[in-house]
Design a protein around this ligand. Structure first.
Ligand code: AMP
Ligand code: ZN
Length: 435
């Protein structure tokens, strides 16, 4: 099933002709409207006119998250704010967060790509979609919502949290599809177990999971518990949000990238060298149609492979393999992206702490848990007359972590010089989920 059969099945030659034309248009536009691109292309000695074929793409410089942060909040927008109808942002303190703008047409394109994704999962207007992704500054909740409405499905804008209510609605409203992180699906099943609910007896037929890695084993487990088909979607807010890639019901191996809107490359994360198709590397994206926030050669940090074999669904678009690794130190905690540097920025703003801390990520049941061990300064430690003072610092850390980064952390303050210090590194991350 297709939402836009013509474009989703476009023969590769026609698709590539369209891609190069769109790429040239994007380059002209960003070069002349966004200071950053003029500077970076000039520095690399390339002009938009030099890009005559898709292989010329590799002449262009990469964009990284720091380019986004250095242009915080709106420095990379290619249209005036009067044309921007929506803003989204990643977690982070001022200047460390990244901000994304959308024109009306961008929102329409995004909705269409989410509609394509949901139709690729077998959904129609007859489906009821339980959307348990958070609504707000993060892109996944609203992205899913607009896509589901676009295909005419009935959306339940459930958002995250309130597991008991989620289960009640799953029972009473009879949704046929659920969208959430895979770990949240397992968490709901655990809660269902406590309440004596048989998840298989629900009307759910398909689950659309993403925003964090979903191993084959976890997908299999969800399928077994719920008696549904578990499919993976892919996206990142910098490039658009969800709706960049989707696993199709017929193929069930890898996620199609909607290549009429995005170019995807894999590179060696160390050397930046473009890798041959099929080799494992970091995914790099170029947007071909975005108006407000176009991106050229953005290094996603996600590690995967390109799958070029024809898919039995009939889509001509390339696929990427399931993503379970990153090229950087980004952690995904309950679907929220957290960088140790962002945690450090939160801690640095709080008086009385040493910049030495340890991040311990683990599982508490199906859900991720985060513990922060932070050294207090010698001064605070010797002078703090009361436990109350230390409790205040602890409370402030918990609150700022929630406010700025959107994650709940358990905090343990420790005496100075008790944490292991690695020279040149303020934090040590222990991710027990991988051990
Ligand atoms: P956000 O910008 O908050 O939507 O987060 C995007 C990031 O979430 C991506 O760069 C990936 O690291 C991760 N992500 C999204 N979808 C998936 C997926 N299906 N599998 C693994 N990681 C994913
Ligand atoms: Zn397919």
């Amino acid at each position: 099933m297709f939402y836009n059969e013509e474009f989703e099945t476009l023969p590769r030659e026609a698709l590539q002709a369209m891609q190069i034309k769109r790429l040239q248009q994007v380059l002209q536009r960003v070069y002349h409207t966004v200071g950053h691109y003029k500077k970076s292309l000039d520095a690399a000695g390339v002009k938009p006119d030099d890009i005559k074929s898709l292989t010329d793409l590799r002449k262009l410089p990469f964009m990284t998250r720091s380019d986004l942060q250095n242009n915080y909040p709106f420095g990379l927008f290619a249209v005036p704010m009067s044309s921007v109808v929506r803003l989204h942002a990643s977690a982070g303190t001022s200047g460390r967060s990244t901000v994304f703008g959308y024109t009306k047409r961008d929102v329409d394109t995004w909705s269409e790509l989410m509609a394509r994704s949901l139709v690729a999962a077998g959904l129609t207007k007859n489906d009821i979609v339980h959307n348990a992704f958070g609504y707000g500054l993060f892109t996944t909740g609203l992205g899913m919502h607009f896509g589901a409405e676009k295909i005419g499905a009935s959306v339940i804008p459930m958002s995250g949290g309130n597991s008991k209510r989620q289960i009640m609605i799953l029972q009473d409203f009879g949704p046929t599809a659920i969208c959430c992180t895979p770990s949240y699906a397992l968490h709901l099943a655990e809660q269902g177990g406590v309440l004596g609910v048989d998840m298989k007896a629900l009307k759910l037929r398909v689950g659309i999971f993403g925003a964090e890695p979903c191993s084959q084993q976890v997908c299999d487990e969800i399928e077994k518990i719920y008696g549904i088909t578990a499919l993976n979607f892919y996206g990142l807010s910098e490039v658009m949000g969800p709706g960049i890639g989707m696993e199709c019901l017929e193929g069930r191996n890898g996620m199609h990238i909607f290549e009429d809107h995005f170019l995807v490359e894999t590179i060696d994360p160390q050397t930046g060298e473009v890798l041959p198709e099929g080799a494992e590397g970091e995914l790099v994206f170029t947007t071909l149609t975005k108006e407000a926030f176009p991106l050229v050669r953005y290094r996603s940090g996600d590690i995967s492979r390109l799958i070029t074999d024809p898919c039995r669904c009939g889509r001509s678009h390339i696929k990427i393999e399931r993503i379970v690794k990153r090229s950087d130190d980004m952690l995904i905690i309950r679907g929220v992206n957290v960088f140790p540097a962002q945690v450090e920025a939160v801690l640095t703003d709080i008086e009385g702490l040493e910049p030495h801390y340890q991040i311990i990520v683990d599982k508490s049941g199906a859900l991720d848990s985060l513990e922060l061990q932070v050294e207090v300064s010698e001064k605070t430690f010797s002078e703090s007359g009361s436990v109350k003072e230390l409790q205040n610092i602890e409370r402030r850390i918990i609150k700022d972590m929630k406010d700025y980064l959107g994650v709940s952390a358990r905090v343990k303050l420790v005496e100075p010089n008790t944490l292991q210090h690695t020279p040149g590194q303020a934090a040590k991350v222990i991710d027990k989920r991988r051990i």
